[in-house]
Write a protein that binds this ligand. Structure first.
Ligand SMILES: [Zn+2]
Length: 133
């Protein structure tokens, strides 16, 4: 029985490590996705400012280059929501917020101003990868 418990504990720790690594990779993927979707916009702005063309054509080119970013943003936010946890500064509770909370929250980088489901207070919550420390 003791051997079984040790084996179970070892497997659980392995699962926790795998989830952390998977979350870390997802957050890296989010950055790559964001950069890849920003490149067309930057290229379009450079081309439109360097090449003489009618204004409406320039506007169409720039707005068209925004499409990849507009399409990728909901997926990047989904990654932001599901990968890791948000840490409440008041009570230390770690949670996975609702998509709408992540979507509407003010943020700087990955730190978001959200309400903690445990204590109910608003704070700037930092993204962490571990459920417990
Ligand atoms: Zn809290």
């Amino acid at each position: 029985m003791e051997n079984y418990n040790k084996e179970l504990e070892k497997n659980l720790l392995e699962l926790v490590k795998e989830k952390e690594e998977s979350d870390r990779n997802l957050l890296r993927l989010e950055i790559v996705l964001g950069v890849c979707c920003l490149l067309p916009l930057i290229a379009a702005v450079i081309v439109v400012s360097a090449v003489p063309m009618e204004e409406w054509i320039g506007a169409v080119v720039v707005l068209g280059s925004l499409l990849p970013l507009l399409i990728a943003t909901p997926f990047a936010l989904k990654i932001e929501q599901k990968a890791g946890y948000y840490l409440c500064r008041h009570c230390g509770h770690r949670h996975i917020p609702k998509y709408s909370s992540v979507f509407f929250a003010m943020h700087t980088g990955r730190t978001r101003y959200m309400r903690c489901p445990a204590c109910g207070k608003y704070s700037w919550q930092k993204k962490v990868l571990r459920k417990e420390d």
